[in-house]
Design a protein around this ligand. Structure first.
Ligand SMILES: [Zn+2]
Length: 84
């Protein structure tokens, strides 16, 4: 499943943002898009709204030190479920 990926930006996360059962958010902040798991990614509407805002802002990283040198937005966005 896709439960290791941020629902907003598609970043791979070591700790599943919504826990092993997919229903227990960690309330950590995504180092890429800055979403708080369990908060702005709680509903489909809020996920899409947050993603659009992030894209419109030019996809700034919340924690720039975590950004890979060869980071590619298009590849990362492919990690997002087609339903999100
Ligand atoms: Zn993210």
């Amino acid at each position: 499943m896709n439960d290791h990926y941020c629902r907003v930006c598609g970043l791979y996360l070591m700790d599943k943002p919504w826990g092993d059962d997919g229903e227990t958010p960690t309330f950590e902040i995504c180092p890429c898009c800055g979403v708080e798991f369990g908060n702005e990614d709680y509903t489909l509407t809020s996920i899409r709204r947050y993603r659009i805002q992030w894209l419109e802002q030019g996809t700034p990283w919340f924690d720039i030190t975590k950004k890979p040198k060869d980071w590619k937005l298009v590849e990362q966005l492919q990690n997002i479920s087609e339903f999100l």
